[in-house]
Design a protein around this ligand. Structure first.
Ligand SMILES: [Zn+2]
Ligand SMILES: [Zn+2]
Length: 247
């Protein structure tokens, strides 16, 4: 699978980093983890549109992760170039209700879709024809979850979404080929991970490689890499928007 970081930032406007969005691309389908504001527009820079995404996977309902949900549905109705293939939305418990509420709010703008929309709430595991999907409840928002995905080749990816540290996270990520963890701030803050603990989670999970994302600007002003390296001796990368890799 090919992974592209669309947005590696957080909830405040920052020129260097857009809010959350991570694309997984295989020969068969395109999955998008979270759609913070601007994700839809940024997809164009890698030659993808609202018509190309097969699965949207949401970690939680904070705006820096889900703001472009309604705009995607809106764009997909564009009369001159409508979306035709099915779209599957996967999210935590409450995603059905979230969808119902935005339909109430935006009405016809995102109703009567010219394609089939599936909305799936996952609480444990789920599979599509190409992916095995496991989720874990995270410590951030009432509904927040993290994901573990396995492709047909057996490669695995774990994405924490936003979360405070919690003991079973490293177990959930055990042996993964790619571990994507959030790092909102350089120091411990409610609801988020921080460099020392990120290094410990990567070490305890024996991840093959670690990528850090969801950085507030303050993370770019200090050395967040060294405290992670002090705990984890595998490959560590601080993501940038449009960074791409293959696993
Ligand atoms: Zn966030
Ligand atoms: Zn959040």
């Amino acid at each position: 699978m090919e992974i592209t970081f669309i947005g590696t930032g957080s909830g405040i406007p920052y020129k260097r980093r857009s809010p959350s969005g991570i694309l997984l691309k295989t020969e068969k389908d395109n999955l998008l983890f979270d759609t913070g504001p601007g994700t839809l527009r940024k997809l164009l820079d890698i030659e993808l549109t609202y018509k190309d995404i097969d699965y949207l996977l949401y970690t939680h309902f904070h705006l820096d992760h889900i703001a472009d949900f309604a705009p995607i549905l809106f764009a997909s109705k564009y009369e001159l170039d409508p979306r035709k293939k099915d779209l599957t939305i996967i999210g935590p418990k409450g995603i059905q209700e979230f969808y119902k509420k935005i339909v109430e709010l935006y009405g016809i703008q995102i109703r009567n879709l010219p394609y089939k929309l599936h909305i799936i709430e996952v609480t444990d595991n789920f599979s599509t024809s190409n992916w095995g999907i496991n989720v874990i409840k995270t410590k951030h928002a009432h509904e927040s979850i993290g994901y573990r995905l396995k492709d047909k080749q057996g490669k695995t990816l774990v994405y924490s979404g936003d979360t405070e540290p919690f003991p079973s996270l490293s177990n959930f990520a055990q042996g993964t080929d790619l571990l994507i963890l959030e790092c909102a701030f350089p120091k411990p803050a409610p609801g988020h991970l921080y460099p020392e603990i990120i290094g410990e989670i990567a070490r305890d999970s024996e991840a093959k490689q670690l990528i850090i994302t969801h950085l507030y600007p303050v993370c770019d002003e200090v050395d967040i890499l060294s405290p992670i390296r002090a705990k984890f001796d595998g490959k560590i990368t601080i993501a940038e928007d449009f960074m791409q890799l293959e696993i």
